[in-house]
Design a protein around this ligand. Sequence first.
Ligand code: C2E
Ligand code: MG
Ligand code: MG
Ligand code: MG
Length: 296
Amino acid sequence: AAKKLGRNRWQFYHGAMNEETRERLRIEGALRNALERGEFVLHYQPQVDLASGHIVGMEALLRWRHPELGVVPPQRFIGLAEETGLIVPIGAWVLRTACAQARAWNTMREADGLAPLRVAVNLSARQFAQPDLVASIAAVLDGTGLPAACLDLELTESLFVDDVAQAVDLLHALKALGVALSIDDFGTGYSSFSYLRTFPIDVLKIDRSFVADIASDADEAAIVVSIIALARNLKLRVIAEGVESTAQLDFLRAHGCDEMQGYHFSRPVPAEEFERMIRSGHACAPEQEPEPLPLS
Ligand code: C2E
Ligand code: MG
Ligand code: MG
Ligand code: MG
């Protein structure tokens, strides 16, 4: 009986694995053609300065619209794109598109006497390992005309574990371009304080798992307060991710967090919608300071 059960179990797992493999192959096949078929779009989520209430930048977030699969969320395809290497051309497209868009919005803003926006782009481990990364980013800045100071590159802590010396060199080379380097999902990864002095970082993005309970959980609150203090002492910009409520917003503002990003202010939205959002922020005479956007 045991043998029979074992066999059934094997068949069960085997069947499940086939199902999973089929699904994976389906997505992988579709992913291979997605770029040339123009199925990717970028959505933009505003980053808001907590002191002024102004939108000061946006994170570009990738969306894949497949005719049959529908909108596939990044969690379902970024990993696969990493494994297959497809993230390299896709990431290059993201960078070009985001920089061109930011340049266009900043040209529009300049005409209205408004400060330029920064755009944040996520970099994957695979892109980070490309020998021509620095040159390709320089080429995108050059080609789009976006000043390097307007680009934030978002990296995760996991990128720093492999070869520390090589990562340090690469980050210095990126910084030499004039771009800012952000640590995304700060606090969830490798999180050794030593890397904060080893790596030339400009921005900490507090992971939303810490932000979620700041208004109700004393331990979470203490962690976030400490990260903000750490960032201030190291002269880093600090952005809170995943801000969903007024209570979280008030807490972050009271503790001196620089910027926030989250559904409370806006979800990531298509470019046209983002453009309406930034236009409505200066519905006043161009020589005047725009009204701060309401935060609640
Ligand atoms: P991330 O870089 O940490 O991006 C933030 C994620 O949190 C986004 O999910 C965003 O929609 C979500 N988010 C923002 N505010 C809130 C909030 O208030 N509440 C909640 N619950 N979620 C919020 P999204 O767009 O699904 O992206 C997931 C991840 O996929 C990103 O995490 C990033 O790691 C990756 N990703 C997205 N676009 C790209 C890309 O162009 N290249 C690469 N390499 N990775 C990307
Ligand atoms: Mg990010
Ligand atoms: Mg993040
Ligand atoms: Mg996150």
